[in-house]
Design a protein around this ligand. Structure first.
Ligand SMILES: Cc1cc2nc3c(=O)[nH]c(=O)nc-3n(C[C@H](O)[C@H](O)[C@H](O)COP(=O)(O)OP(=O)(O)OC[C@H]3O[C@@H](n4cnc5c(N)ncnc54)[C@H](O)[C@@H]3O)c2cc1C
Length: 382
């Protein structure tokens, strides 16, 4: 076995780490406070090729792999997890779905600008009455005279509210007669399509920098050619890219937890109580040791899942383990980080409070912890 990163992987990690330290981390608190996305930072991330790491050069990417992409997501998330989420949705989910299932024409039209970082993508599966039970979506697409007419509502949609969002890839029911997942197809809907209405922006308890919106389709018309992939396999297409999204969620959690650990070590060395730095108290040391264990295991697992994906091997079990473990460990790690900071940890300007508020969401998005356990139970043959 070889646990060493390749030279290329180390370069990606170090480049993303330096960029995060110098550019992202100093702005993260402001993003959280104002809820405004830093388009200048996104433009620089695009210049560095971060949005297209695993996409081939032919389609505007860097021709790298999924290990490299996830090292990037981890590093970026250690500065600000909402930018990690932007990369997850744009690259791991939307770009990948276009890359794997798109026609040559669709790739030229939609994938190239995403991989080059000129546009970002959104992903629309969740609806008011269909979350974990995603097969029960009600958004409908009906083909009329060479145009798909879409009606329905998607909720909790990441990225679509940002100015540089170019499209949303959605799941919609296209076959009334068929039962089960075979009735669901995938469609590319340009953000400026007639009938796409950007609904309310949700107020969240954390991740304020990330724009989360409702999207309404009212007789929204897209050309027949915007059907993505096999019309009877839209649901399984979505599930296959969400498998990669789960590795990305694990990388976001790992980066967030690493930041909590770094901040906590720094603070514990500086903070003096009873005449000594609190880092000399065993109660604090043990918390830090447990945090280090959690981060190490989460990192190993997401890298294993990404590596298996790069090898073209099955990785449903490993990706699910990575998502479940990393998202749950982050909640405890971020809580311990706040505890080590004492009262200061509860103050908004301390980074650990931001990571703590944002920790919970990773147990919900792209499949809840309960759904992860259902998948794992199935993998165990139960
Ligand atoms: C900040 C944020 C961003 C998001 N971004 C996107 C996005 O970009 N695109 C998108 O499509 N969606 C997005 N989502 C939606 C997210 O994927 C869903 O919230 C998630 O899948 C859960 O669905 P739900 O909220 O409807 O919860 P529900 O499915 O209603 O679940 C409620 C509770 O019941 C549990 N539960 C449900 N079914 C079972 C079962 N069979 N057994 C045991 N327990 C069960 C769940 O685990 C959960 O604890 C986002 C959500 C958030 C919070």
């Amino acid at each position: 076995m070889d646990f060493d990163l390749t030279e290329e992987h180390r370069m990606i990690r170090d480049m993303c780490r330096d960029f995060t330290t110098e550019v992202i981390a100093p702005r993260a608190e402001e993003m959280e406070r104002t809820g405004e996305y830093p388009y200048d930072i996104m433009a620089r991330m695009a210049e560095l090729g971060m949005m297209g790491i695993p996409i081939s050069e032919e389609y505007g990417g860097s021709g790298g792999d999924w290990v490299g992409m996830h090292l990037c997501i981890e590093e970026v998330s250690s500065g600000d997890p909402t930018l990690g989420a932007l990369l997850d949705v744009t690259t791991s989910v939307v770009a990948q779905e276009l890359d794997v299932f798109g026609t040559e024409e669709q790739k030229r039209r939609w994938l190239v600008p995403i991989a080059a970082g000129e546009q970002i993508g959104a992903f629309g599966l969740t609806e008011p009455d269909a979350g974990s039970d995603a097969q029960s979506i009600r958004t409908r697409a009906i083909l009329k005279d060479g145009t798909w007419v879409i009606n329905g509502t998607k909720q909790f949609i990441t990225n679509i509210g940002l100015d540089n969002a170019g499209l949303i890839v959605i799941a919609a029911v296209s076959k009334r007669a068929v039962q089960g997942p075979g009735r669901i197809s995938t469609f590319i809907v340009p953000k400026d399509a007639p009938g796409l209405i950007l609904g309310k922006r949700y107020e969240k308890i954390g991740w304020h920098g990330s724009a989360t919106h409702e999207v309404i389709f009212e007789d929204c018309a897209v050309p027949e050619g915007n059907l993505l992939g096999d019309p009877a396999k839209g649901f399984s297409q979505h599930l296959s890219v969400l498998q990669t999204g789960r590795i990305s969620i694990a990388a976001i959690a790992t980066g967030s937890a690493q930041a909590c650990l770094n901040e906590s070590i720094r603070y514990a060395r500086e903070r003096v109580q009873f005449g000594k730095p609190i880092s000399t108290f065993q109660a604090i040391q043990f918390k830090l040791a447990d945090m280090a264990v959690a981060v190490e295991l989460a990192r190993n697992q997401y890298l294993k899942a990404a590596w298996l994906k790069d090898m073209g091997r099955k990785h449903a079990f490993e990706a699910t383990v990575a998502k479940l473990f990393a998202s749950e460990m982050l909640e405890k790690t971020a809580s311990d980080a706040v505890q080590i900071h004492g009262g200061y940890g509860y103050m908004a300007e301390y980074p650990v409070s931001r990571f703590y508020r944002g920790a919970k969401v990773l147990q919900i998005v792209e499949g809840t912890s309960e759904v992860m356990r259902i998948i794992l139970s199935r993998e165990l043959g139960l």
